[in-house]
Design a protein around this ligand. Structure first.
Ligand SMILES: *Cc1c(COP(=O)(O)O)cnc(C)c1O
Length: 389
């Protein structure tokens, strides 16, 4: 008997990678040595301090039972300490912080807690696809906010029509941004807070790359903006900061009603994060200053190699990233995103992501993920040079 999926699931936009996956498979079957700059998943291992803390916690039977709803008190306190130390944000660990099974889980469940059918949800284009799918699952109406180079990849808030703003219940933002690597300014965030108050919408800031910033610079936590805690929730993660994507842990922080609404949805769907993983994450956050500089300096080195490498080949229409591990490059020679990505696979054995995979405003761009070592990045540049790119 054949079964078809729900209207909810079939309403999602089609999977954009079908043709690329086929090309990648074909290249691999031909025996091509593929350089994968496609996936945004750190290649470095999780630091030993964190693994050791997990091992110890896993041996403690107290950690074997169901986790508490919004996470261990110790974990939430550690999250509050992190915000205080790194971002000068004071949180009430009991009411304003909760554990997530990765920030993706929080993003996916937030609309179920706050969106009624017909409510508008604003989301960045290009952007992480989950904002849109989560909105559709909740019966909301996703409305794209284009991120354009002429606006430094910040949405043009004045371009959002009044009638859309009046129906808006939630705005997703993500800075440092995937895929453009842009950073938000205080001025931009302040304007978001003003508008959220005026129109009564929630701001959900995806902070997955909040820590991945180079040099002395710091990225702004949305919660550090005056008035943001009245309207906002931040969804953060240990995944990218500590090379822990497989561990599945993140956290929500912000307005107590927003945190508790999200936690109420979760209570009906999942049963939280394995306590031993929460204990290991406490060790990670506590050792931030010891662990993090060497993690971020790896990306800083790679950015330099790749940016100098492609610039010397004449690829100049991109900004050297100050944050994240992505380079968002404008195609040369009027190629579409898909054509560019196809050429890189077929002529150079290099996998990248077409800008359109992140939304229509990504047309004309491709994303390079710096999740492979400097030698391979140099090799990638050499192959591009040999192919006359
Ligand atoms: C990686 C990523 C996430 C999800 O990370 P988790 O592993 O679920 O914490 C969320 N948003 C963006 C923009 C990402 O790139």
């Amino acid at each position: 008997m054949p079964f078809s999926v729900s209207n909810r699931l079939s309403a999602l936009p089609p999977y954009p990678f079908v043709e690329l996956d086929r090309m990648k498979r074909e290249a691999m079957e031909r025996g091509v040595d593929i350089i994968n700059l496609g996936i945004g998943d750190p290649d470095q291992p999780t630091p030993d301090i964190i693994i050791d803390a997990l091992t110890e916690a896993a041996h403690n039977p107290a950690n074997h039972q169901y986790p508490l709803g919004s996470g261990l008190t110790d974990f939430r306190r550690e999250v509050a300490d992190y915000y205080e130390r790194q971002h000068a944000v004071s949180l009430n660990a009991d009411k304003e912080a909760g554990a997530l099974i990765g920030s993706k889980e929080g993003i996916a469940h937030l609309p179920l807690a706050f969106i009624n059918p017909g409510d508008v949800v604003l989301f960045p284009d290009p952007g992480y696809p989950v904002y849109q799918s989560a909105t559709l699952f909740a019966g909301g109406i996703p409305v794209a906010m284009p991120l354009l180079k002429e606006n430094d990849f910040l949405p043009d808030l004045d371009a959002i029509p009044q009638d859309v703003l009046q129906r808006t219940r939630l705005m997703f933002l993500n800075y440092p941004n995937n895929p453009t690597a842009a950073l938000a300014t205080m001025e931009f965030f302040e304007k978001v807070v003003r508008m959220a108050k005026q129109y009564g919408f929630i701001v959900a800031h995806d902070a997955a790359y909040l820590d991945i910033v180079f040099g002395a610079k710091k990225a702004l936590s949305f919660l550090s903006v005056p008035g943001a805690s009245d309207v906002g929730i931040e969804l953060h993660s240990l995944s990218k900061t500590f090379n822990m994507t497989g561990w599945r842990i993140g956290f929500a922080a912000g307005h107590p009603d927003l945190v508790s609404g999200l936690m109420a949805v979760k209570a009906n769907i999942d049963s939280g994060v394995f306590n031993a993983v929460q204990r290991a994450s406490i060790a990670a956050l506590r050792n931030y200053d010891k662990l993090f500089p060497s993690i971020v300096s790896v990306y800083e080195g790679r950015v330099k190699v790749l940016a100098e490498g492609i610039r010397s080949l004449g690829w100049t229409d991109f900004t050297t990233p100050q944050a994240t591990f992505y380079v968002w490059v404008r195609n040369r020679g009027n190629r579409s995103s898909l054509e560019m990505t196809r050429t890189l696979i077929e002529e150079c054995g290099i996998v990248t992501t077409p800008g359109t995979a992140f939304g229509p405003s990504g047309e004309g761009y491709f994303r390079i993920a710096l999740t492979t070592n400097e030698d391979r990045l140099r090799e990638a540049c050499k192959r591009m040079e040999n192919a006359g790119l």
